[in-house]
Design a protein around this ligand. Structure first.
Ligand code: CUA
Length: 319
């Protein structure tokens, strides 16, 4: 069955990156295969008997059979045994899935419309990015500041609601290096589908180095932090910063204090902090003449005040 599971998992399921995920897949494969076999026996048997006992002449008569105690016992008892077996199997996995191991690395995760804020005990805070060491028990302490969200990592086969006003727990031990998707699995409003994060599994050494770099970043000058965020959010893909060349979006070079003509013909005479703030959080509020509307994603809820301030300071300095 494991060969089958491997083939099946590779073709239909996201990579299994924890032991639990492999165990969930085994149970799932068992359910799928036993259901397929039952289906074949049931539907195949029905078709077979329909043909075998088809009435051939008008005088053909069906044998008078009321019941068969032994058969009835069997078709109740065999499924019962299978169901109890599946229940026990599932319970064992669920038990291990819910029982957080001692000494797990604890990380706080806060869900909000529409981003995941991640807080490490050292004080490092990230948005939509969780970095964890490989082969280490990690416990996530989840909550929400607004509505119910659900933290879902398909590759780990685990999911847990993040509920405002209380903490819920989730644990995992990633056994593969790489980047994995985190989705919100509870409908939470307009940008529910965009509420995604990346879970990065790295070596212990890389993890420690990353934590240290992040900790240093929080003491950098605002503009330097802004530059880091600018890179992390891939803003440079659409906005040039070294000269006035327009890309998909307007150039940010020399923008602060300058003027911009909008699509509706009006003019913003002195680009200030508020204009930049609005352009980041709600880009469609003011579209610069000659650029398409609706291209830039809104960063409302994705950046905290410090990050926003840092970005503005960085853009101010582009000249
Ligand atoms: Cu958060 Cu859906």
């Amino acid at each position: 069955m494991f060969w089958l599971n491997a083939a099946y998992a590779q073709s239909f399921m996201p990579t299994a990156a924890t032991d639990i995920a492999g165990r969930v897949d085994n149970l799932y494969s068992f359910l799928l295969i036993s259901s397929a076999i039952s289906c074949a026996i049931l539907i195949g048997g029905m078709i077979f008997f329909v043909y075998k006992y088809k009435r051939k002449t008008d005088t053909d008569k069906t044998a008078y059979i009321t019941h068969n105690t032994f058969l009835e016992f069997l078709w109740s008892f065999i499924p019962l045994v299978i169901f109890l077996f599946v229940f026990a199997w599932g319970w064992l996995i669920y038990h291990d899935m819910r029982k957080v191991p001692d000494n797990a690395l604890e990380i706080h995760v806060v869900g909000k419309k529409w981003a995941w804020e991640v807080k490490y005990k050292s004080g490092v805070t990230t948005g939509n990015l969780i970095v964890v060491p490989v082969n280490r028990d990690v416990k996530l302490i989840l909550t929400s500041i607004d509505v119910i969200h659900s933290f879902y990592i398909p590759s780990f086969r685990i999911k847990q609601d993040a509920v405002p006003g209380r903490y819920t727990m989730l644990w995992f031990n990633a056994n593969k290096l790489g980047e994995f998707h985190v989705f919100c699995a509870e409908y939470c409003g307009t940008s529910h589908s965009g509420m995604m994060a990346t879970l990065k599994v790295v070596t212990q050494a890389e993890y420690e180095k990353w934590l240290e770099t992040e900790a240093q970043a929080s003491t950098l000058p605002l503009a330097a932090r802004g530059e880091k965020i600018f890179q992390a959010k891939a803003c440079a893909g659409c906005h040039s910063v070294a000269d006035k060349t327009p890309k998909v979006g307007p150039s940010l070079f020399g923008l602060f204090g300058a003027k911009e003509t909008l699509a509706d013909g009006s003019e913003v005479s002195n680009i200030d902090e508020n204009y930049i703030r609005e352009s980041i959080l709600n880009p469609n509020a003011k579209i610069v003449k000659g650029f398409p509307a609706g291209v830039m994603p809104a960063f409302q809820g994705q950046l905290n005040e410090t990050e926003l301030g840092a970005l503005i300071e960085y853009i101010k300095g582009l000249k």
